[in-house]
Design a protein around this ligand. Structure first.
Ligand SMILES: C[S@@+](CC[C@H](N)C(=O)[O-])C[C@H]1O[C@@H](n2cnc3c(N)ncnc32)[C@H](O)[C@@H]1O
Length: 762
């Protein structure tokens, strides 16, 4: 065994990456696989370990090459081309630009923000291509880029085939501007060549140029380099073909050092990117770092193993974290159907995009191959995660899950989300998977300590966190795995119950819902006056997220849903039973009381009720006959909270903006609320949290979780007592619930925030 000497000339290389190289003994068999890329940019030269020079090969390499001046130059150039984006764009460019905007979820090109984003993307595209050109030109006598740059970039160097030079609409935009505006950008063409860590620098440049609002749809956030390095080194001892789906700037697949190839580096990288600009970032970073690779501009979920020329040996992946609600509907249906086909599981439509990446990547692996994936941790406790956990348990030896404690903030520079790294090895059917390490990182550990924890960690507290080893065959998909990072059994005995603060009642039975619940068009068809109608929330599936507001009601109305309840006050002129409203065959007049023909509104109501008896058999419906007024469902007191209880997923506790809105018996409501509004909202944050779901799962009374609970059992849910919590905790929970109300669905970041607050009080 030989360890790379501390004074090997790569001392100056980047922090954690280089430290991990030094720490790790290199097997004899791989000594001699250190390459340098000085002489030829394309073919690395193999050298012996003893020949590693004392001094760095490229003394001019810098820890970071991104400075404010560089960023400002690119922003200024972007401003100069922005004006060309509004008018005069040829039709074809305009069309391509619209497609580009739609893929990157940018508003139309008319918006100022969108123009800025596109112009900056275009300038970044230019500086990356110019850097690639400069890289290949380094030892070839190529003309400078300061004149006819576009022509030269289109046909860079004969014999050089780099997909990064492919043209996109960004090139059309850049070259629509005056070339003189771009000269300052081209002057930066050698800047990235000096980078010690091109992937990191390019990622930083991207983040500095593109506001984070432009990134969520494609989930363009980069992995911190120390975490990326751990993932890469775990999946492969080096020399393998590494697949990097959603490669971005290539942080996960870049070699340790741009000039020296170490035994731990990939032999070959297949990078897959949906965004052409990200693919250019990735291929530029890997090229400048001397890493042999092929960059694919493709949707990873549409890529098959047989599309690739090489077998994949290992996978590193930071997939996009896009929420299910933000995935375009048609696409979401297609990938859900594909994942269902590929896995044989009934996959929840609430699954975020990253889960589909995990389902799909399994196809590229053979027995013994490894994958490391960084994702948010929400799937460990959310109900859509049950299928994913089942899938992981059946297809892989789940070697370790490393959770970066969310209570300590995000590990990502530019995204406020939790981080969990899942370490997987493709298993052989029937083999014993052994133990899974649940590792909680509270303080940043050294890379060697974390690597050891993943491989063989001894259970218990450590200086930096906690390790829990659980036999994989004891893990159940439907359990909340988050609890395993804090393996203190949840003791619900000192919790209050929901019933101590509210009572829960089911909505009233409507009887003949098709008649009593009406859409706007039906109201218009029968000319019914609003005087006899109340607004209603017909069912849980008509409510997105955690609030039903007047705006939501209006959306339902516009969407043709039943939003009105026939709900007149008591009417003297109407008969007391449904039978009496039907005109007799002889005189065609109502037999008992006289229809009020002076009032159009009541006469229209009368006619509608006649339809109800004739077409909906109101006179033969027990629920209608046995209530005080047959022509309207029984009324219920107003409520501010609805409960959706009968879904396959967890129970939802929903804020009702207007308490007068009616609801039916497929929802419950809160009554007798003995809390302030802030306390009630804090309680709702708790009830909607993953933490409460876990409590419900482990509570003896609610064994099996939340679904299909009767009101009495809902009142039995163990809850934190909001009247007994510190006021700042109550305020923080209430604020988190307000944030939940503003999003249309489950937002993992907010849920994780609530869980973190709750952990501090338990
Ligand atoms: C979270 S970023 C990770 C970037 C990089 N691998 C890293 O770790 O820093 C996810 C990347 O996936 C890309 N992406 C999004 N949807 C994709 C898809 N369907 N197929 C391939 N790449 C996709 C995005 O453009 C983005 O660059």
């Amino acid at each position: 065994m030989v360890t790379i000497p501390q004074n090997s000339g790569i001392e100056a290389c980047n922090t954690e990456d280089s430290e991990s190289v030094y720490d790790t003994p290199v097997p004899d068999a791989v000594i001699g696989t250190l390459w340098k890329t000085t002489d030829s940019p394309i073919s690395p030269v193999q050298i012996d370990a003893e020949d590693i020079p004392e001094e760095p090969v490229f003394p001019e390499r810098e820890q970071t090459v991104i400075d404010e001046q560089f960023i400002a130059t690119l922003k200024t150039a972007a401003e100069t081309i922005k004006s060309s984006l509004t008018s005069d764009l040829p039709h074809k460019i305009r069309e391509n630009l619209d497609q580009w905007c739609s893929l990157h979820n940018l508003d139309g090109i008319e918006s100022e923000e969108c123009q800025t984003a596109i112009a900056r993307q275009a300038v970044l595209n230019l500086v990356l291509k110019a850097s690639l050109y400069e890289y290949y030109a380094r030892d070839r006598d190529l003309p400078s880029l300061t004149t006819d740059a576009r022509e030269k970039l289109q046909h860079p160097v004969s014999g050089v085939e780099n997909a990064g030079f492919d043209e996109t609409v960004l090139d059309s935009i850049v070259w629509h501007a005056e070339e003189s505006n771009l000269v300052p950008v081209l002057e930066y063409r050698d800047r990235l060549l000096r980078s010690m860590n091109p992937a990191e620098d390019i990622g930083e440049l991207y983040a500095a140029l593109l506001p984070s609002e432009c990134r969520p749809p494609l989930g363009q956030y980069r992995t911190p380099s120390d975490i990326g390095s751990l993932m890469k080194r775990w999946v492969s001892a080096g020399g393998d073909t590494l697949l990097d789906p959603g490669m971005g700037a290539g942080v996960l697949s870049s070699p340790v050092h741009p000039e020296l190839r170490t035994s731990g580096d990939p032999g070959y990288v297949t990078g897959v990117e949906r965004s052409h600009l990200s693919r250019l970032m990735g291929t530029t970073a890997l090229t400048l770092a001397g890493q042999p690779h092929s960059p694919w501009a493709k949707d990873f979920l549409g890529l098959l193993p047989e599309d690739l020329p090489n077998d994949v040996d290992a996978i590193v992946c930071n997939p996009p974290y896009t929420r299910s609600l933000d995935i375009p509907k048609g696409y979401q249906e297609a990938i859900n159907a594909q994942a269902t086909r590929e896995t044989g599981l009934d996959i929840s439509k609430r699954s975020p995009l990253y889960t589909y990446f995990i389902y799909h990547l399994q196809r590229f692996l053979s027995i013994g191959d490894r994958a490391a994936v960084i994702t948010p941790q929400a799937f460990l406790s959310a109900s859509y995660g049950d299928e994913l956990k089942e899938f992981l348990l059946s297809e892989f030896d789940v070697k370790a899950l490393v959770q970066y404690n969310p209570a300590n903030g995000s590990v990502f520079d530019d995204a406020n989300t939790t981080a969990l790294v899942t370490f997987l090895e493709k298993n052989a059917t029937g083999s014993d998977p052994g133990a899974t390490q649940f590792i909680r990182v509270d303080e940043p550990p050294s890379s060697s300590a974390l690597r050891e924890a993943v491989d063989t960690g001894k259970p218990g507290e450590t200086d930096w966190g906690f390790i829990n080893a659980v036999e994989q065959c004891d893990l159940m998909a439907e359990d909340n795995w988050q609890a395993l990072f804090h393996p203190v059994a949840v003791d619900t005995s000192d919790l209050a119950t929901l019933g101590e603060f509210v009572s829960v009642h089911r909505g009233r039975t409507i009887g003949k819902v098709d008649f009593f619940c009406l859409s706007e068009s039906k109201v218009e068809e029968h000319s019914l006056s609003e005087e006899y109608l109340s607004r209603m929330a017909r069912k849980g599936s008509h409510i997105d997220g955690y609030e039903f507001s007047i705006e939501d009601w209006n959306e339902n109305r516009a969407g043709g849903r039943e939003v009105w309840l026939l709900d007149p006050d008591e009417q003297e002129t109407l008969p007391a039973t449904p039978e009496e409203i039907i005109p007799t065959a002889v005189d065609s007049e109502p037999p008992v009381r006289q229809k009020a023909d002076t009032n159009d509104d009541i006469s229209n109501l009368w006619s509608y009720l006649v339809t109800g008896v004739k077409e909906y058999d109101l006179d033969d419906t027990g629920a209608v006959q046995n209530r005080p007024l047959w022509y309207r469902p029984p009324r219920q007191d107003p409520t501010s909270v609805l409960v959706e209880f009968a879904t396959r997923d967890e129970v939802r506790f929903i804020w009702l903006e207007d308490p007068e809105i009616r609801y039916s018996n497929n929802l419950y409501g809160f009554y007798d609320v003995d809390l302030t509004t802030t306390e009630l909202k804090a309680l709702l944050a708790y009830l909607n949290s993953n933490y409460a779901r876990h409590v419900a799962q482990t509570s003896p009374k609610l064994a099996g979780g939340y679904s299909n609970l009767r009101p009495k059992l809902i009142e039995d849910i163990p809850v934190v007592d909001p009247t007994d919590l510190p006021s700042d905790t109550v305020a923080a929970l209430a604020e988190a619930f307000d944030d939940m109300r503003e999003t249309d669905g489950r937002d993992d970041e907010i849920l994780d925030r609530i869980d973190a607050i709750l952990r501090t009080v338990r």
